[in-house]
Design a protein around this ligand. Structure first.
Ligand SMILES: [Zn+2]
Length: 436
C-alpha cells in the first residue's frame, strides 16, 4: 500500500517537473507524458492541434452505453511564471519537505487535478469497474492566457460536439477549511476606459471643468463604489465572487516634456482604465443598473466625459452563465453525495472570482462545476511557494501561549490532500458514470 502511494506521488512529481510555464510551455513533452499514462491504464489517446504547437490531449474511457451523455474531466496543462529566487524549493523541482508538502508551480493550479483524474481512473480500472457512461479527460493548452486557442476552439469544434458531453468538471480553488469549495459560475469581466476633455490652462489658474478635475470626480465616485463592495468582503458579509470588484489599471494625463512632464500646464485630456468583475445573476437587472451608473456618475456627458466599455458575452444572460444548483440539475446532487460518501465535505456552490475555462463550457450550454479537491490548504495560486500536502507526516509547530508566556511544541498530523482528492474523484466518477 505504501509503495502504491509512492508510485502515485512520483507520477505527480514527473508531471510537475515538465516545464509548461507560460509564455513558452513545452506542450509536446506534456502530451508525451500523458500518452504514456493513458497507455498504462488502457485509455484511448488523441492529440488535437486546433492551433499548431498547442496540442489538446483527449483521453477516452468508453462506457458500456456510449449513447448516454458523457462526463468530461478538464484540466489545463500550462502554469504561470514564477520568480525562482523567492521560493524555498525550486519551482520545477517537485521536492517534498519534512512536513509532506510538495513544492512546484502547478501543485494547486492545476496539475494536481489532471493527475488525480488519471489516478482515480487507474484505481477504478484496477478494481474491475466498468463505467456505463463514457468518460473523457481533456488536457488543454493556454488557460492561463485566456484559453482562446484551447477550450475556446475545442467547444466550437465538430469533434467536441460528437463527444455528446453531459457535464463538465474543471478547476476550483483550494479551501482553507475542512470543506471543499465548488463553483457554478464566474464573475463577468468588464473592461472600461473613461476619458475627460477640458480647456487646457496655466498651472496657476483656478477654473472649472478641467480634464483632470472631471476625471478626478469620476475616479472618486468609482472608488466610493469600490469601497462599498470591499467593505462587504472585509466584513465577511459576502465572499469574493459575490461582490463587484473595481480596480484602476491605468491612469493617463499630462503633457510630456524632455525630462518628464510640463509642470505649469493643465492638460486638455485625462484618461483612466478599470478592470470590473460582476457576479452573474438569474436576471440582468444589476448589469443594466451598473451601466446606468456608468453613464450618469462615472462618465457623464455633462462633465465632458466619454467611455469605451468591453463587456464579456454581451449577448448572454446571467442565467446562461450559471450552472443550476437545484433539483433541475442532477449532477449537483450527485457531486454532493459522492464527496460526502468518500468522507469529504463540500460547501454550497459559489461564484468564481476570476476566469477559468469553465466559462466556455457554460457558454456552450453545458453544466460545469469548478472543483479542486484541496481542503485545509491556503490558496497559493500564482503565488511563491505553491504547495500541496502529498504525504501524511507528523510535524511539530511551536505555539506560544500569551497567558502563561510559555512556548510548547504541538504535534500535528497532516493528511495527504492529494491522495484524499483521488478518492473523491473515484467516488465522483463512479456516481457520474453509473447515473441514468
Ligand atoms: Zn488554473
Amino acid at each position: 500500500m505504501a509503495l502504491d502511494s509512492n508510485a502515485i506521488i512520483s507520477r505527480f512529481q514527473d508531471y510537475l517537473r515538465i516545464n509548461t510555464v507560460q509564455p513558452n510551455p513545452d506542450y509536446y513533452a506534456a502530451a508525451e507524458f500523458i500518452k504514456i499514462q493513458a497507455q498504462s491504464i488502457s485509455l484511448k489517446y488523441k492529440s488535437i492541434e486546433f492551433v499548431l504547437g498547442k496540442p489538446l490531449v483527449l483521453l477516452e474511457w468508453t462506457g458500456s452505453d456510449p449513447s448516454l451523455p458523457a462526463i468530461l474531466l478538464n484540466s489545463h496543462v500550462d502554469v504561470v511564471a514564477f520568480e525562482a529566487d523567492k521560493w524555498d524549493h525550486p519551482p520545477l523541482g517537485a521536492e517534498i519537505d519534512e512536513e509532506g508538502k510538495i513544492y512546484a508551480r502547478g501543485t494547486q493550479d492545476m496539475k494536481s487535478v489532471g493527475m488525480q483524474y488519471l489516478e482515480a481512473i487507474r484505481k477504478l480500472v484496477a478494481s474491475g469497474y466498468q463505467p456505463r457512461r463514457s468518460v473523457y479527460v481533456s488536457f488543454v493548452p493556454d488557460e492561463e492566457i485566456g484559453g482562446a486557442d484551447g477550450v475556446g476552439k475545442f467547444v466550437e469544434s465538430g469533434n467536441f460536439k460528437s463527444l455528446n458531453i453531459g457535464v463538465v468538471l474543471d478547476e476550483g480553488l483550494p479551501s482553507p477549511t475542512e470543506s471543499y469549495r465548488v463553483f457554478n459560475g464566474e464573475r463577468i469581466p468588464w473592461s472600461l476606459q473613461i476619458k475627460a476633455v477640458g480647456q487646457p490652462g496655466h498651472g496657476s489658474k483656478l477654473y472649472d471643468d478641467s480634464a483632470s478635475e472631471n476625471l478626478t470626480k469620476s475616479i472618486e465616485s468609482m472608488m466610493r463604489f469600490r469601497a462599498s463592495q470591499f467593505d462587504m468582503l472585509k466584513a465577511g458579509l459576502k465572499p469574493d465572487g459575490e461582490v463587484v470588484s473595481v480596480n484602476m489599471v491605468f491612469l493617463k494625463a499630462g503633457t510630456p516634456s524632455p525630462d518628464g512632464f510640463v509642470m505649469n500646464l493643465q492638460p486638455s485630456e485625462a484618461e483612466a482604465g478599470f478592470d470590473i468583475r460582476i457576479p452573474p445573476r438569474p436576471t440582468d437587472d444589476h448589469l443594466v443598473a451598473l451601466e446606468k451608473r456608468l453613464e450618469e456618475e462615472w462618465a457623464p456627458v455633462s462633465r465632458n466625459m466619454t467611455y469605451k466599455l468591453w463587456r464579456f458575452d454581451q449577448n448572454l444572460s446571467g442565467k446562461q452563465l450559471l450552472t443550476a444548483k437545484d433539483d433541475s440539475n442532477p449532477w449537483w446532487g450527485l457531486l454532493q453525495n459522492a464527496v460526502n460518501e468518500a468522507g469529504g465535505k463540500i460547501g454550497e456552490p459559489e461564484i468564481f472570482p476570476a476566469s477559468t475555462d469553465s466559462r466556455y463550457f457554460r457558454k456552450a450550454g453545458l453544466p460545469a462545476f469548478g472543483f479542486s479537491p484541496i481542503s485545509n490548504t491556503p490558496s497559493l495560486l500564482h503565488d511563491h511557494n505553491e504547495v500541496l500536502i502529498v504525504s501524511s507526516a507528523k510535524y511539530y509547530i511551536l505555539q506560544e501561549s500569551n497567558v502563561l508566556t510559555v512556548s510548547l511544541f504541538v504535534q500535528y498530523l497532516s493528511q495527504s490532500e492529494y491522495l484524499k482528492g483521488i478518492d473523491m474523484y473515484v467516488s465522483i466518477i463512479k456516481a457520474y458514470t453509473s447515473y441514468i
